[in-house]
Design a protein around this ligand. Structure first.
Ligand SMILES: [Zn+2]
Length: 255
């Protein structure tokens, strides 16, 4: 049975997601950015929380865990490298591990770069990836604790998944990401068309998550660092894609 997903806003720009297994009634929250928002979403869907799957240890992703775990008894699955920051974890995982939410199965992918402990959850059967702050719709996470090439490698790992993969990221930053994307890839027709759609969605306060990997490959400059047009736009024609990615990331920081 396919999984059901519910996506909602938390805090100011964090994305909350519930993953629901109809067969068993199991429900997982991807991170808990804000306890009240997650509890409200559970009430709206009439789902009972059984799992919390954590992508990384930043406070805006884990702050609601203690309150929600205390209320629901949900099993907390967190990155091995975030054990100190998520003491509520019942299970610590790393790349290659499997996670079960009822009958739904996810593989854990190591996706460091935004921070060292960052992992993503890949539900192959549902073509769904929960990527936290690794990749955003038309953007990517900021780099900390490592060289930009570490995040580039993680993005390459994600780019290797099937194009139809739906990607849920941790924030709604898409309008700002789209403006930056246009500044470095303005001749890209697919990007221009998408920018118009995104402006409309955001004007109606609609979320632009999930995106698909295929759309991101066509329009997200951070996945297109190997594209000659993007390379030329930043004055790095023929350069190593990883170096172009680092330059793009640096320009976005200043954008
Ligand atoms: Zn983060």
């Amino acid at each position: 049975m396919p999984a059901a997903f519910h996506t909602f806003l938390c805090r100011t720009d964090n994305i909350g997601v519930l993953i629901h297994d109809e067969a068993t009634g199991s429900t997982a929250s991807v991170d808990v950015p804000e306890a009240e928002a997650v509890e409200r979403a559970l009430r709206e869907k009439n789902w009972r929380l059984t799992h919390i799957i954590v992508t990384h240890r930043h406070l805006d992703h884990i702050e609601g865990i203690p309150a929600v775990k205390a209320k629901t008894g949900a099993r907390v699955i967190a990155p091995k490298k975030a054990s100190a920051e998520v003491p509520q974890a019942d299970e610590l995982v790393a790349g290659g591990d499997k996670v079960k939410i009822g009958e739904l199965a996810a593989s854990v992918l190591d996706t460091p770069g935004h921070c060292a402990d960052h992992i993503s959850y890949w539900f192959a059967q549902d073509a769904a990836l929960f990527a936290g702050d690794t990749i955003f719709t038309l953007g990517c996470g900021r780099v900390s604790e490592a060289a930009p090439s570490v995040l580039w490698s993680s993005l390459q790992r994600i780019a290797g998944l099937p194009n139809e993969t739906r990607i849920w990221s941790g924030h709604e930053y898409t309008l700002s990401n789209a403006r930056f994307a246009i500044s470095v890839d303005g001749a890209n027709e697919a990007l221009k068309a998408r920018y118009a759609v995104i402006e409309k969605l955001r004007a109606q306060n609609k979320l632009t998550v999930p995106t698909t990997l295929g759309e991101e490959k066509a329009t997200n400059p951070f996945l297109r660092a190997g594209d000659p047009k993007v390379q030329k736009a930043v004055g790095m024609a023929g350069a190593d894609a990883s170096a172009v990615f680092a330059e793009l990331r640096e320009r976005k920081n200043r954008f």
